[in-house]
Design a protein around this ligand. Structure first.
Ligand code: SF4
Ligand code: SF4
Length: 458
């Protein structure tokens, strides 16, 4: 292949018009696979531990889709936070687009739960029980013996048990660990829906990891299918350096490339593609082929990185990968977007309110030399527990007095209302319409500051 030739099949699915053949992926060995293993240990600990961790009585993360309530870092977002959530979603979508444009599908190979569980849990159990990929392939072609049946049964029982564990943890992220505990410990009849959900998700995860496997990444996942749209020739992907590797040959001589056509990059590929055909939608950027090829290059005394992280343009121009201005500036945008999301998360107030003058009520010219207006506040405590509450005007000259029964606390997630007067000495009023600031306090903590329009005949 010459420098002017395009990478074949670029951004096309290599599976078109093909029937599924079972993938027996060899276990990779190498530096990147080790990093993935360490990352997966950390990931699995976090995944299974997080539902148990609470802060201020709130779980760290909870995604209650049924009630439209989401908890991030123990901050509860309710349907009243719709604008905030919509902005958060928008920023998140931008983040995904820009991240994919720069770094390709690296999320799929290294962070996605599907890959972590498939490659680092289920497939490793399979190697442990059924032997390496070659052995599995041979066994599946033979007439099954009692030992093979036994091994396969043990494997599927373990797969089911882990799927049950994942199903429970998955539900804990949706309904919370306390609710899940009730489903597990109380009679089935009291939580029939929850019980059915556990069984359903157990079977779903089991069928995904035991049978569907790589088809989730290559056919089902919408993010995977969007790659062709989101990526361009400058996106960083796992790529084969055809300028160096071609013409490939098993026989070594002066006029052949560095690829010895050993097929190891294909043998370790969990989606069963040949990365030498160019970037393909099935490639999850898991980097298994990099490890495999590096190993072969070391064996034949050639430099590593015949398969490496690079953009199509890097490979075509023969230049090594470098952090270009494009990558740096887009990464800067990513940092800004993440900053924005963080600000949104941490500036969100627990109390939210609107204060309006009571309709039909005229301003009052009081005999004590003050002007008064009557207001109604509609206030929500967005946390899930009852909190002390009081109103305090920012300006000390402003007097506030309640009409009827005064609220001294707000129940969690209940809309409350009360009516009050605001009085200001006439000589302190400077405008016909003044914007007064009212603090919403919980004990000594300022939860929010809201405005009330004060009118007078000034
Ligand atoms: S081609 Fe390489 S990086 Fe892509 S899925 Fe296969 S092994 Fe992983
Ligand atoms: S592992 Fe490397 S040397 Fe072997 S076939 Fe793949 S690209 Fe060629």
């Amino acid at each position: 292949m010459t420098q002017n030739q395009e990478i074949p099949n670029s951004n096309k699915t290599g599976r078109e018009n093909k029937k599924r053949s079972w993938v027996y992926a060899m276990q990779p060995k190498g530096r990147l696979y080790n990093y993935r293993k360490y990352l997966s240990y950390f990931y699995l600990i976090v995944f299974f531990a997080l539902p148990f961790i609470k802060y201020n009585g709130n779980p760290m993360f909870k995604f209650d889709f049924l009630n439209g309530e989401f908890t991030f870092f123990s901050v509860l977002f309710t349907p009243q936070d719709f604008v905030l959530m919509a902005m958060g979603m928008l920023i998140f979508v931008f983040f995904i687009i820009i991240f994919t444009l720069i770094y390709g599908r690296v999320f799929c190979g290294w962070i996605c739960p599907q890959t972590i569980f498939m490659e680092m849990v289920f497939r490793r159990i399979e190697y442990w029980i059924e032997g390496d990929a070659n052995h599995q392939k041979l066994v599946d072609k033979k007439k099954w013996t009692t030992e093979i049946y036994l091994r396969k049964t043990i494997k599927h029982i373990l797969f089911l048990a882990i799927s049950f564990l994942i199903s429970n943890t998955f539900l804990a992220y949706i309904i919370g660990i306390d609710e899940l505990w009730k489903i597990i410990t109380e009679p089935v009849s009291a939580h029939l829906g929850g019980f059915i959900a556990i069984i359903f998700f157990t079977l779903l995860f089991y069928s995904v990891y035991a049978f569907v496997r790589e088809l989730v990444c290559t056919v089902i996942c919408p993010y995977g299918r969007l790659q062709g749209v989101l990526m361009d020739k400058n996106s960083i992907v796992v790529a084969y350096n055809y300028l160096r590797g071609e013409p490939r040959s098993k026989k070594r001589s002066e006029d052949v490339g560095d690829c010895i056509d050993c097929n190891m990059c294909v043998n370790v590929c969990p989606t069963n593609i040949d990365i030498r055909k160019g970037t393909q939608l099935e490639c999850t950027n898991c980097t298994a082929c990099i490890d495999a090829c590096d190993m072969m290059m070391r064996k034949i005394g050639k430099p590593e990185k015949l398969i490496t992280f690079a953009s199509e343009n890097n490979i075509a121009s023969g230049k090594p990968f470098e952090f270009s201005w494009r990558i740096k500036s887009y990464s800067g945008v990513l940092v800004v977007l993440m900053g924005l999301l963080t600000i949104l998360l941490f500036t969100r107030t627990t109390f939210d309110a609107t204060i309006l003058r009571v309709p039909g009520q005229l301003m009052q010219n009081n005999s004590d030399g003050t002007i008064g207006n009557m207001y109604r506040i509609k206030v929500t405590n967005k946390s899930n527990k009852s909190l002390p509450y009081r109103l305090v005007p920012v300006d000390p000259e402003v007097q506030l007095s309640y009409v009827g029964k005064h609220l001294d606390s707000l129940q969690g997630r209940v809309l409350a209302e009360e009516t009050f007067f605001i009085k200001i000495p006439k000589d302190k009023i400077k405008n016909r319409k003044e914007r007064l600031k009212i603090k919403l306090m919980s004990n000594d903590k300022e939860m929010a500051v809201k405005e009330a329009i004060f009118v007078s005949d000034y």
